[in-house]
Design a protein around this ligand. Structure first.
Ligand code: FES
Ligand code: FES
Length: 947
């Protein structure tokens, strides 16, 4: 029976007629996701700017999050789930559309959250333009946002799909990887297929019988004392089941590392806009939202400091009554800084700044919690470190035993460092505990942007001393590091039991302060500064990507002043095998910066030669430029023992188990390759289980580039041990000397006699022996950093001297991944890293008073990334890694930042942006400032720069 609040809507969805009764103000997205359980269309923003929710309506792309459901009445709607079928009716369920095939074949999907929208929008383009130009594709997809891929492969996949469609062809099938040698092959990604057809289930897609919905009340002010609050109106709203606040936390009230706020719910004081204070559980999301609006909180506003320089002032308002906002100094030094500068022929001292940045994973934070009959609390949530953050810290908050909490990581829509945040799982768990019902909490995009943890802002003063021949002999650096509203040294109680990386953030940053250069005299000081913002956490490349803007600008300035080739100055100073760094580390493994410089040289020379032509043909007011930039980063914080498991299954196949989580970066596939090669079996026989604290109980975080190199090594060790166990067992079963055994495809042979893998499994079971082996890696204590990765890049760009706009043309990126396990996966990480670098250099900055939207924050679009990307690798096997592999997730994003800034300077005859991002206003200001000091060179003069 319909009432005044509901409509009956008849429409066709994926070729089938449906009739749905909906709230009058429901959207088409709600109709599809809530009523029809078609969850392929995603909600990633609140305002129509991301394209993740796109469906086809009468053949046209429609943003279903904005479209009233009533507008779909009588229409023909196609979602990603029915896309292939409706386009090729009658072919069958397993057939993919060429676009889906092309996305898989070229590795154009990573976490997959944006992919349904990308594919459906591209389908419309290809229908109207079967052979689109690159411009056509970038324009058509410019309103579809992706945070993982850097768009390069998506654009390529659209072209490839167009080609397949024109030729009426299918993608090429690749030969299976050779047995025991799958590392290095593009073994098909195990995770991706579900991302192109809508089958991947993210936390917000999950539903349970009787499930409640939760919403958070969040602060609207930056800094305030909480005077009183009134929940009575909210509690009285029909449909509200419970409301919890600071007095309802049964365990520790603190959230430890990697969390946006210091307390689960603050009791006395608000320290940033967006801080969560209360949570409502209700029978629907709408009722929960209405209840949140009825909560009344009376506060006394206090002065606040958002900018780092404001917060660091002696008279700035304190965030905590018992401490200053500025920490004691952390310092490193080597050599004799005075002597170093006394020797220098040239001294350059400048200031640089990096803003607060947002991870902006396309899937907003979410959690679903419920109690099992045996009392175990199950929490499904995208967490990158399910074991420590999940079982330990959530159990602490909820006053439970660690083993009574099980964390399962469903499909994860991007991480980049933000998925250590347990606010959503703690709150969902608390509400499930209190109500005895399943509870789901999903953040809106505005909540996600305002209330999630952030990468710190950094202000740097950098002084460089160089000799006439280009040798840098001294650097002195001062750093302010904005931590948001919490710093570990201030509130040690909150860090109990959480000895992870972030206490070391200043030493870690200082260990990167020279860049990949060997400099004999160094002095660097750093200070944490509390600000009124969400707490800081790492963001892809953390500790290593704040400083290149400073040290690489300085290197270019040295080269410019000395009239030297910038790449040559880098080579003169590059760190080499055997050098001892400013923190006393002897560089004995995998030191590849010089090799990267040599690899880039021919590309740089060719770009330099092109620059003359580009300048000669430039269209005013656009001026072309060229820049290089480099950097380094330690690989991982392997501050604990890392383990993985390898198991022989009863059917004679194999299972690899690890605590790592899949976020589209590829461990499900790469661990299968590593495990298969260690076992010397076909990769098809190996499956992988990740991200479940009950089933794959091998604690390890998925951060800081350790997955391939360290967890992958543990996988290799576990598989080696399992192979050993199988030989041993087969010898016992057959009674033949083990030394006569030979590994076969389906078992172990002794002459004509074969003991199959499943017979080995049966024997182990029958004798009460484990079929699982563990690999334990213990690099803990290898100080200060086990290993570094290096990154170097060049950018060709154009700058509009009237608007300040920058257009990136060509980018060459060189990194050193060791042995490449899966080439497509590495390419995807390189491209994704580049787009982060581009965003940091040109568009991204968080401020709590800016619109809390993806575009307001500034994540790059297809229009922002370079027209072409060339990926170069120095493939130098890292002996201690799995089959020589290292990791590459974070390094490629470093070099684009300084390369872009140096190229802008090159294009404009020396206008240098020192506060990133280099927004059009800042570029124009730099041009103006440069005009005051040095006249803007003529076109002819520009042709000689920077030689
Ligand atoms: S455009 Fe609809 S969810 Fe972003
Ligand atoms: S693949 Fe596009 S957001 Fe992750």
């Amino acid at each position: 029976m319909l009432d005044d609040n509901h409509d009956q809507i008849d429409l066709t969805v994926n070729g089938k007629p449906v009739a749905v009764k909906m709230d009058k103000d429901a959207t088409l997205l709600e109709l599809l996701r809530e009523d029809l359980d078609l969850t392929g269309a995603k909600k990633a923003c609140d305002n129509g700017e991301c394209g993740s929710c796109i469906v086809l309506m009468n053949g046209k792309p429609a943003k279903s999050c904005l479209l009233p459901a009533s507008r779909s009445a009588g229409k023909d709607v196609v979602t990603i789930e029915g896309f292939a079928d409706t386009q090729y009716a009658g072919i069958g369920d397993d057939i993919l559309h060429p676009l889906q095939e092309a996305f898989l074949e070229l590795g154009a999907t990573q976490c997959g959250f944006c992919i349904p929208g990308m594919i459906l929008r591209s389908a419309v383009l290809l229908k109207s333009k079967p052979e689109p130009s690159r411009d056509d594709v970038t324009k058509a997809l410019s309103k579809n946002l992706c945070r993982c891929t850097g768009y390069t492969k998506i654009i390529e996949a659209v072209h490839y799909a167009g080609e397949l469609m024109r030729r009426n062809a299918v993608t090429e099938s690749h030969p299976a990887a050779p047995v025991g040698k799958s590392v290095g092959y593009n073994v098909p990604n195990r995770y991706s297929p579900d991302t192109v057809n809508g089958e991947a289930k993210y936390t917000a897609d999950l539903k349970m019988e009787g499930m409640l919905h939760a919403k958070l009340y969040r602060s609207e002010v930056h800094h305030a004392r909480i005077l009183r609050y009134d929940l009575s109106k909210a509690r009285a709203l029909p449909g509200v089941v419970t409301i919890v606040g600071p007095d309802d936390i049964p365990g520790t009230p603190f959230l430890p590392n990697c969390q946006p706020q210091a307390y689960v719910f603050p009791k006395d004081k608000i320290r940033f806009k967006g801080e969560a204070l209360f949570a409502v559980a209700a029978t629907s999301e709408r009722i929960a939202e209405q209840a949140v609006d009825l909560i009344e909180v009376v506060v006394e506003e206090l002065p606040h400091a958002i900018e780092l320089s404001d917060a660091a002032r002696p008279n700035s308002a304190r965030l905590y009554d018992f401490t200053d906002n500025v920490s004691p100094v952390t310092e490193v030094s080597s050599g004799d800084i005075r002597e170093g500068f006394a020797k220098a022929d040239l001294v350059i001292e400048k200031e640089y700044s990096v803003p607060v940045r947002e991870h902006a994973a396309m899937e907003p934070e979410a959690a679903l919690a419920y109690e099992e009959d045996d009392g175990q609390l199950v929490i499904k949530s995208p967490l990158y470190h399910a074991f420590v953050q999940g079982t330990e810290s959530i159990a602490n908050n909820l006053a439970m035993k660690k083993d009574d909490v099980r964390i399962v990581c469903p499909a994860m829509g991007g991480n980049f460092g933000t998925r250590g945040d347990t606010l959503a799982p703690v709150v969902a768990g608390l509400l499930a505990q209190k109500t005895g019902k399943p509870v789901k909490l999903v953040f809106s995009r505005a909540e996600s942007i305002l209330g999630s943890c952030k990468a710190p802002s950094v202000n740097v003063r950098y002084k460089t001393g160089a000799m006439r021949d280009g040798t840098i002999v001294a650097v002195e650096v001062d750093i302010l590091h904005g931590t948001g509203s919490w710093a570990p040294y201030l509130i040690p109680d909150t860090t109990k039991g959480m000895e992870l990386c972030y206490f070391e953030s200043l030493p870690a940053m200082l260990s990167h302060v020279t860049g990949p250069y060997s400099i004999p005299n160094v002095k660097a000081r750093a200070y944490d500064v509390l600000t009124n913002g969400p707490r800081f956490v790492p963001l892809r490349g953390t500790n290593a990507n704040y400083l290149p803007i400073a040290y690489e600008s300085q290197v270019d300035l040295v080269a410019g002043h000395l009239g030297m080739d910038p790449l040559e100055v880098r080579k003169i100073n590059a760190i080499r095998h055997g050098d001892i760094t400013h923190i006393g580390q002897e560089m004995t493994e995998h030191v590849n910066y010089v090799k990267e410089i040599d690899a880039l040289r021919p590309h740089y020379d060719a770009a330099l030669a092109r620059l003359d032509d580009r300048r000669a043909n430039a269209m005013e007011p656009w001026v072309p430029g060229l820049g290089v930039g480099g950097g380094w980063r330690n690989v991982g914080y392997v501050s604990q023992r890392i383990s993985a498991g390898a198991e022989l299954l009863p059917d004679g196949t194999f299972l690899i188990l690890a605590g790592t989580v899949e976020q589209g970066q590829g461990p499900t596939t790469q661990f299968a390759q590593i495990g298969a090669d260690a076992l010397e079996v076909p990769v098809a026989l190996v499956s992988v289980l990740l991200g479940d604290t009950s089933e794959a109980n091998y604690p390890v975080p998925t951060f800081s580039s350790i997955t391939t190199v360290a967890t992958g090594k543990a996988v290799q060790m576990a598989a080696d041990n399992l192979q050993d166990l199988m030989f041993e067992t087969a010898a016992k079963i057959s009674g033949v000397d083990r030394s006569k055994a030979k590994l076969l495809e389906d078992g172990i042979g002794f002459g004509d006699q074969v003991t199959t893998f499943s017979e080995i499994a049966t024997y182990l079971d029958a004798n009460g022996l484990s079929r699982r082996c563990t690999g334990d890696l213990d690099w803990n204590g290898e100080a200060p950093n086990i290993l570094y990765g290096y990154n170097l890049g060049l950018i060709e760009l154009d700058v509009n001297t009237e608007t300040g706009q920058v257009k990136l043309r060509n980018h060459v990126n060189v990194c050193d991944p060791g042995t490449i396990v899966n080439p497509l996966a590495v390419e995807g990480q390189v491209d994704g890293g580049i787009s982060f670098g581009v965003g940091f250099a040109l568009t991204e900055a968080f401020h709590p008073d800016n619109p809390p939207t993806l575009v307001g924050y500034g994540i790059p679009t297809t229009m922002d990334v370079p027209d072409t990307v060339t990926r170069l690798y120095v493939e130098d096997p890292f002996e201690r890694g799995p089959f020589g592999a290292k990791s590459v997730a974070e390094h490629p994003g470093i070099s684009p930042i300084p390369a872009i800034i140096n190229a802008i300077s090159n294009a404009t005859g020396g206008a240098r942006v020192r506060d990133i991002p280099a927004t059009p206003d800042r570029v124009l200001a730099a041009i103006e400032a440069n005009r005051g000091v040095v006249r803007l060179p003529s076109k002819e003069e520009l042709a000689t720069w920077p030689r």
